[in-house]
Design a protein around this ligand. Structure first.
Ligand SMILES: Nc1ncnc2c1ncn2[C@@H]1O[C@H](COP(=O)(O)OP(=O)(O)OP(=O)(O)O)[C@@H](O)[C@H]1O
Length: 252
């Protein structure tokens, strides 16, 4: 689907020195992939997602969309086809759940009927129809993140690429596990392609088709794992724990 090839990505520090964050970092993402990125703290994972989402284009390298071998941003970003889901719940506190989902559709001048249809479909998708009139502070953290996912899907109705930056890290273990299952369901139903950053090895093993382990700064891909265990995955199985152990070995 696309090839990420960054020769270098630098930041200027407050001391006016160069901080080389990414160096010769390459990976491919295919249609309907689920790629997780793990690596030491501060190694540049968010920077990669910000580049993928089109928020930061100040780097040396290229993003190639295939099979057209066109410019990645022309295919994705300019058409508003990338959904970005940050770590923190990014809902408007003064709008109810339904209006939060509808917000992006309003600014895109989508007809009332099409908006209604999209809102219904997404609320059904995450099983939150009965909470449509609730305000964000009246629902749980896990629910908020489900609505954030709906909003990303609503804003980009033709979106196929979703990038997620530790979206479940603020949640308790039980909620996190159940949202992981919901996300896999959404990924399957919507035929999405997901690039997912996490610190949690269990989460990466449970969700991903592939896991990229990054080095410390300047980051490149240390190891790529293909996880071929069919879904639903059993977190207590031997094969699951073997992958978890291997990932941990590389991360350390
Ligand atoms: N806007 C910025 N200006 C200057 N330096 C930045 C900026 N954004 C990130 N950095 C630097 O880039 C490096 C990578 O940061 P980034 O947030 O991408 O890492 P990360 O792997 O996502 O971190 P964590 O695992 O802690 O969430 C850090 O050294 C950080 O200080």
């Amino acid at each position: 689907m696309f090839k990420f090839g960054i020769n270098s990505k630098k930041f200027i520090t407050p001391e006016k020195t160069e901080n080389l964050v990414l160096k010769n970092l390459e990976f491919n993402v295919t249609e309907n992939d689920f790629v997780s990125i793990i690596g030491p703290s501060g190694c540049g994972k968010t920077t990669i997602l910000r580049i993928l989402a089109g928020f930061d284009k100040d780097f040396d390298g290229s993003l190639e969309y295939s099979p057209k071998s066109d410019n990645y941003y022309e295919n994705f970003e300019s058409l508003g086809k990338i959904g970005y889901i940050p770590q923190e719940f990014s809902l408007f506190p003064w709008l109810n759940i339904e209006k939060n989902i509808r917000f992006g559709l309003n600014i895109k001048n989508i007809s009332k009927e099409d908006q209604d249809e999209t809102v219904e479909r997404l609320l059904d998708l995450v099983g939150m129809n009965e909470f449509r009139k609730y305000l964000p502070h009246e629902i749980s953290g896990g629910m908020k993140q489900k609505i954030a996912i709906c909003r990303a899907l609503a804003i980009n109705p033709t979106s196929k690429l979703i990038v997620m930056d530790e979206p479940f890290s603020a949640l308790d273990a039980q909620t996190r596990n159940s949202l992981q299952e919901d996300l896999l369901e959404i990924w399957r139903k919507q035929k999405l392609t997901i690039v997912f950053v996490t610190h949690n090895i269990d989460e990466a093993t449970f969700l991903s088709k592939r896991v990229l382990v990054l080095t410390k700064l300047p980051a490149k891909v240390l190891k790529e794992f293909n996880i071929e265990i069919p879904h639903p995955r059993d977190r207590t199985s031997l094969e699951f724990n073997k992958i978890r152990k291997d990932l941990l070995g590389y991360l350390n």
